[in-house]
Design a protein around this ligand. Structure first.
Ligand SMILES: Cc1cc2nc3c(=O)[nH]c(=O)nc-3n(C[C@H](O)[C@H](O)[C@H](O)COP(=O)(O)O)c2cc1C
Length: 372
């Protein structure tokens, strides 16, 4: 506890002021290298676990056949190329989503593609599905990842950000190609179909019920017993969002991840000015209310018919618990960790145990949907 507080104070007062003066993408890339080093040396990995990880029986949960030792996961986009797979669970996450991965590699949109909104506690993200491609990612996971009890690895799939994959049918074939390769090589404990990346030049063509139906009809031909989730957009009103959930249920999708970036620059939750030429969706606090509202409405209508993974603006035990009480079985995050430090994951898990005890719950599953 004292150690965790010390790490938090050091991060907020020493490291963060240094990091936040530098280019955000450079800092991100350096952090990936540090993480890779920590994961490659078993002594350093053990120290990392000792400093950051927190386990408690009340946090253990079985979701869609998989056992999670806590409900907190790393959201897609932080570890796009599976660089952190050896260390990510030692930092305290029970699960991590690699990617989004595409059939073909993509170097990413032109820079700048990451910008900090310090006041709004968010990031403007314009990577545009930068990744090394599904084949290399499969090899990396095969060669470097050992599964362990209570720790889960998901892989997020999107379609290649290229002219060749920009047509409706071509896009489906592209998704299908990655999905098939992952399923055939038995890589990943679950899969996510990302239909909500706001940063591709062809937009989000699969986020209408008819087009989503086309995509899922095709992906269903690839058989897997593993859970398959759908990563949802968060800027849709309920009457446009609900038909997407219905389409997902019709195609036996296991769950919805709610959700992706806030892509409405005029959103009431984005109050900070930033350069006009900085394009992209916004993460962090400006996503919190939008995602919470859709989580609550989805749970209210569908209860346990479909699993919900809540993402957006989680930066404390309270904000993670809020999503769980609105109906999320599991919670993911990125931006909260960047603004508060890597000790946050353990702090959230510890705080969740306190909140469960305060509310008289035996386990995290008892709290799911309790405020709906
Ligand atoms: C740098 C960065 C890159 C991202 N890339 C992806 C991605 O490739 N695929 C995806 O589904 N979501 C991506 N996201 C969205 C996150 O997974 C998450 O949905 C969003 O950031 C809200 O969570 P947060 O507020 O905890 O960051 C990215 C987010 C960030 C900050």
């Amino acid at each position: 506890m004292i150690l965790t507080n010390l790490i938090e104070i050091s991060y907020k007062n020493i490291l963060k002021p240094i990091f936040f003066k530098k280019d955000p993408e450079d800092v991100h890339d350096r952090m990936l290298k540090v993480g890779q080093t920590l994961g490659s040396v078993s002594f350093l990995k053990s120290i990392t676990k000792l400093l950051f990880d927190f386990d408690h029986e009340k946090l253990v949960q079985k979701v869609d056949g998989l056992t999670y030792r806590n409900p907190i996961g790393l959201s897609a986009g932080f570890d796009k190329d599976a660089n952190l797979i050896k260390v990510i669970h030692s930092v305290g996450f029970s699960f991590a989503e690699i990617g989004s991965v595409t059939l073909h590699p993509y170097a990413g949109n032109p820079k700048p593609r990451l910008y900090r909104l310090k006041k709004d506690k968010g990031l403007v993200v314009f990577y545009g599905l930068k990744n090394i491609g599904v084949d290399k990612i499969i090899d990396k996971i095969k060669n470097n990842y050992k599964s362990s009890n209570g720790n889960i690895l998901g892989v997020s799939i999107a379609r290649t950000n290229s002219v060749e994959a920009s047509g409706f049918e071509e896009g489906i074939e592209d998704y299908k190609g990655s999905f098939e390769k992952l399923v055939n090589s038995d890589i990943g404990d679950y899969y996510t179909i990302n239909i909500s990346c706001p940063n591709t030049f062809y937009g989000e063509p699969y986020s209408t019920p008819e087009r989503l139906d086309g995509l899922l009809t095709s992906l269903r031909q690839i058989k897997t017993k593993k859970p398959v989730y759908l990563k949802m957009p968060i800027n849709l009103p309920w009457d446009k969002f609900d038909p997407l959930v219905e389409t997902a249920i019709k195609h036996k999708i296991t769950g919805v991840i709610i959700g992706n970036l806030n892509k409405d620059r005029n959103s009431e939750y984005i109050t900070e000015d930033y350069p006009d030429d900085m394009r992209g969706g916004v993460s962090g606090l400006p996503t919190r209310e939008l995602s919470n509202n859709l989580i609550r409405l989805t749970y209210k209508k569908y209860k346990s018919k479909i699993t919900i993974i809540g993402v957006g603006g989680v930066d404390s035990a309270e904000s993670a618990y809020e999503k769980i009480c609105y109906g999320a079985n599991l919670v993911q995050m990125i931006t909260g960790m960047i603004f508060n430090g890597p000790q946050l994951i353990g702090q959230i898990n510890k705080g969740l145990v306190d909140l469960l005890e305060k509310d008289g719950y035996e386990s995290i599953s008892d709290a799911v949907g309790s405020k709906v």
